[in-house]
Design a protein around this ligand. Structure first.
Ligand SMILES: N[C@@H](CCC(=O)N[C@@H](CS)C(=O)NCC(=O)O)C(=O)O
Length: 229
């Protein structure tokens, strides 16, 4: 297998790339990285000293590609499958890339901040930082609500890199800071994401690891029994 994806089934940034692989139906070999295991961690740092997953290793082209968005673009350029994630039309592509950045920076990052803070001992907790992250999530939800009022997908008519980012970001963030009951466009968008077979598959693969998620008790029942489409 020429494409190896260093990843973990519970990691939200890995979900983003897995969705792109499943949409494109591109074959690859998933290599699970346990950052809690010192040996695994050291080997992973050799590959990408930043130490963040996912990382793609393309043996055929002798390339190592980090960063989820860049991996998705690399796959589109070099291994286009049945569904491309970067729209061909430049204006639509720019919009897709904007919403990809939006979901990474303003949903994934604050969500990660809250998750990582939950692992800290009581006397090292960053209450102010967590409150700011919660505010950022609520602001982001309202922006998605306004943007998605008359849209199916964030950048246009087709599922794109924006949805690869949106699905895991909204999944984990929505568990921690729930969407408001009147945010119907956001809720509808999230339901479409969850119905997408590529993301359903990702959730099925993540389910055995849900116990490692610190907000496990808040995961809605529907996701504890999620099945492949
Ligand atoms: N900017 C990176 C972020 C990746 C990221 O934060 N990955 C998490 C897993 S979802 C990770 O590896 N965390 C380990 C750490 O921060 O030590 C990307 O887009 O790929």
């Amino acid at each position: 297998m020429t494409l190896k994806l260093y990843s973990h089934p519970l990691a939200s940034f890995c979900h983003k790339v897995l969705i792109a692989f499943y949409e494109a139906e591109t074959p690859f070999e998933p290599l699970m990285v346990d950052l809690g295991d010192p040996g695994d961690h050291a080997r992973f740092l050799d590959l990408w000293p930043v130490g963040k997953m996912p990382v793609l290793r393309d043996e055929g082209r002798n390339e190592t590609i980090p960063e989820a968005s860049i991996i998705i673009e690399y796959l589109d350029q070099n291994y286009p499958g049945v569904q491309t994630m970067l729209p061909a039309d430049p204006a639509t592509c720019l919009r897709a890339r904007l919403w990809d950045r939006f979901f990474d920076l303003y949903v994934q990052e604050p969500m990660q901040k809250i998750v990582f803070d939950s692992f800290r001992p009581e006397d090292r907790k960053d209450k102010t930082g967590v409150e700011a992250a919660e505010q950022r999530l609520m602001q982001a939800y309202e922006m998605v609500e306004n943007h998605m009022k008359d849209r199916t997908w964030a950048a246009g008519d087709d599922f794109s890199i924006a949805e690869c980012s949106a699905a895991p970001a909204l999944f984990f963030a929505g568990i921690i800071v729930p969407f408001k009951s009147d945010q119907s466009a956001l809720r509808g968008y999230f339901e479409r994401l969850v119905d997408r077979p590529s993301f359903r598959r990702v959730l099925v693969e993540a389910r055995p690891y849900f116990d490692n998620f610190p907000f496990r008790d808040r995961i809605p029942q529907q996701f504890l029994t999620v099945k492949d489409a």
